[in-house]
Design a protein around this ligand. Sequence first.
Ligand code: TXA
Ligand code: MG
Length: 349
Amino acid sequence: MKTEIYHIDSNNIDYKALDKAGEIIREGGIVAFPTETVYGLGGDALNEDSSGKIYAAKGRPSDNPLIVHIANPEDVYNIANDISDKARILMDNFWPGPITMIFSKKDIVPGKTTGGLDTVAIRCPDDPVARAFINAAKRYIAAPSANISGKPSPTSGEYVVQDMDSRVDAILFGNDSRIGLESTIVDMTVEPPMILRPGYITREMLEDVIGEVASDQTILSDKSEVAPKAPGMKYRHYAPKGSLQIVEGEKDAVISYINERIECDKAAGLKTGVIATNDTLNRYVADEVFCAGNTLDKEEIAHNLFGILRKFDDTGVERIYSESFGIDGLSAAVMNRLLKAAGHNVVKL
Ligand code: TXA
Ligand code: MG
């Protein structure tokens, strides 16, 4: 399949390209597009053939439901039932923005879009290109992240082209994703509402406006045999090709441990890599050392993580070690992705 690539500047949107992308959606095709979290791979959410094409392009298991993207928050009432007062408060505070809510679905949403579930995940993104695209399509847009299943979610147009060229009808190639981690997912069908996937909107931010919020126990658990409540969270996502180990402990001890391991790996002829922070960057002896950012700047670390995981693949690294980034606030989201990438391989010193 030939993939059309449209370069879009979010400060000066080319509406002709968006009209073409919108037409592709109305005809049942699929289009990758930027959002503030990661790039998505969109199709008409109410057309089950489009959803089928999305699963095929990603190589995604079809029991893993898609998120439905809307441009206007009020559209939630057209596709979901039982919108609670708490959901209304979250909509008013965080939409448009990087939070997805799960509701009981209306019959018009096909089971193919929701992986056979009777609930539907809905998000209203704030990225201007995403919003213009949904409006141009005049449809609700079902979209998972625009990566091949199992790879890190793409945070730039280049990564989308790497994964999706010749698999999709078009790519809206815009700016790098502002946040770099997927949206927070909150299940609004249970009481108290439950976070199924941590993201930029933290538990603390949610509790400030609606009171108690629960968290799926598997989010930061290192017992990977426990089944998470969001079907997609059970897969070993985000995985680089090399093996990845997270090392937790006091800074100097972590650096010594990792450097010892690297010496052994090098002696065995293996290419090594480290995910470091700005103040430890120069202390590692690995072949490839990437800086996730300033230790205190969790937004920067969130923004860089997926790009770094992809760079290890590009440079053929076989053994990767990462520092640990804490569990409070946005760190919960960073560690959730890192733990999955590592297949829960953590050493505590
Ligand atoms: O930021 C994001 O959410 C990005 C952008 C493109 O919007 N999308 C994204 O989609 O991350 P995806 O498909 O990669 O992840 C969706 C997650 C999966 O873990 C899926 O199992 C879960 O949401 N999910 C979707 N519908 C659900 C439902 N009805 N019940 C429970 N989990 C659901
Ligand atoms: Mg994904």
